[in-house]
Design a protein around this ligand. Structure first.
Ligand code: MEV
Length: 429
């Protein structure tokens, strides 16, 4: 295997040939498989090719929908992009469970985004502070060409604060800046403003201060871009009879409390929440890495990693809620480019960023409800393996008839991997 220079300059065909020659020599039909995933519509394929660099193919993920979500009185069919079986089924089940109990209620607590200019200064803080305060307006004025459009859409720069960080790191100061980015996720807007602030900082400070701007970048930690979603009902309505309902409420609450005190459980608990959150973030063309990073930092904000969901049982009412930071957009980025993203947003009635935050939080809460419900009642594998059955059958190239037989059989038998394999062997022999 050799290294290559100028790879990015090669044509797509040359790139594929090189990769196949170097790394896929023993893989039959490698080039065919790569090309099989191209779109026959050349324009559409070009669009996808140009989303990133060195693209050689497309990587499909299932795009599914979870209908019947009543959120703040409005019914939604939520688009979800996810490869894991059971997630969409669990979401749909949770939507149905809560539908006759008032559905999901949400509240957007705040929508503030953050960015920072990190810089060094070796003099007296008071001198720095004095010059910063004297020139504060200049930062806003210099960024005017960037902010004008955003202001028209109701956003803009909210605040620029000088912060002394020298207790943490020698000579380290920052401009901690907050923004409202309206319906955009706002990464480009924030980063452009910050780079301008960096220049203004160097311009307005006396030369002898020797300010050195180290970097200007938005933060994906957005504890003030916060949304809350909740479900509640009388405890009695949680199951078919009072005894089961009380037992369920007790076990469910205890399970969430475990996730609050035990990080090993909390990470898996929150991973289940992210199954729902990421699936909607992806379907709507948003940056799931940004949301993931921000959510996990938020889960650890009190110094140890905790559950993002909470339960209260009080006055015979069961209340279950989530509070998460979700920085997403419904304009800009992929939202205007990717045809399926446009479809996903249209299905949601072209929501504002604020409404999308609510829907995403609900998807996370529903997912967690479904997972914890299974965990404290039947156990997770029953539903999971039922959904996973098709994946195992596909590994064995099962025919439609074999699939039908298997689905029928495993309605009354527990589907473990071995059991499914044995079943296929017996059907085929
Ligand atoms: C699997 O993707 C997610 C779960 O593990 C979440 C949980 O344990 O709460 C089922």
């Amino acid at each position: 295997m050799t290294k290559i220079s100028g790879f990015s300059k090669l044509s797509k065909d040359e790139k594929i040939n090189w990769v196949c020659e170097q790394y896929l020599k023993d893989t039959p039909y490698a080039k065919d498989i790569i090309e099989q995933y191209w779109n026959s519509d050349e324009k559409l394929q070009k669009l996808h090719d140009e989303f990133a660099e060195n693209t050689i193919s497309n990587y499909y993920l299932p795009f599914g929908v979870a209908p019947n979500f009543t959120i703040d009185g409005k019914v939604y069919c939520i688009p979800m992009v996810i490869e894991e079986s059971s997630v969409i089924a669990a979401a749909s089940k949770a939507a149905k469970f809560w539908d006759d109990k008032g559905g999901f209620k949400t509240e957007v607590v705040s929508m503030t985004k953050v960015g920072q200019v990190h810089f060094t200064f070796k003099g007296e803080y008071d001198d720095l502070k004095y010059h910063f305060e004297q020139n504060l307006q200049q930062f806003f004025d210099d960024a005017k060409s960037i902010t004008t459009n955003m202001e028209k859409r109701g956003g803009g720069i909210k605040n620029i604060e000088l912060v002394d960080k020298t207790q943490q790191l020698d000579n380290y100061y920052q401009l901690h800046c907050t923004f409202d980015t309206a319906d955009a996720m706002g990464a480009n807007f924030i980063n452009s403003c910050l780079e301008q602030f960096g220049k203004t900082l160097e311009k307005v400070m006396p030369t002898e201060f020797n300010i050195e701007v180290i970097m200007c970048i938005l933060s994906n930690y957005v504890p003030d871009c916060l949304v809350r979603a909740e479900v509640s009902c009388p405890v009695r309505n949680l199951a078919d009879n009072e005894k089961d309902a009380l037992n369920f409420a007790k076990r469910f609450k205890y399970a969430v409390e475990i996730a609050n005190v035990e990080p090993f459980r909390a990470v898996t608990h929150n991973k289940g929440i992210m199954n729902g959150i990421d699936a909607v973030v992806l379907a709507t063309g948003n940056d799931f890495r940004a949301v993931e990073a921000g959510v996990h930092a938020y889960a650890a904000k009190e110094g140890h990693y905790k559950s993002l969901t909470h339960v209260e049982v009080k006055d015979e009412i069961f209340r279950f809620w989530i509070k998460v930071p979700i920085a997403v957009g419904t304009v800009g980025g992929l939202t205007a480019l990717h045809p399926l993203v446009k479809i996903a947003l249209k299905m949601l009635d072209n929501p504002s960023a604020e409404t999308l935050m609510r829907i995403i939080a609900v998807a996370g809460l529903a997912q967690n409800f479904g997972a914890v419900h299974s965990l404290v009642t039947t156990g997770i594998q029953k539903g999971h393996m039922k959904m996973h059955l098709l994946n195992i059958l596909n590994q064995f190239d099962a025919t439609n008839q074999e699939k039908e037989q298997a689905i029928e059989y495993f309605k009354t038998h527990t589907a473990t991997h071995n059991h499914v394999v044995e079943f296929i062997k017996s059907v085929r022999s």
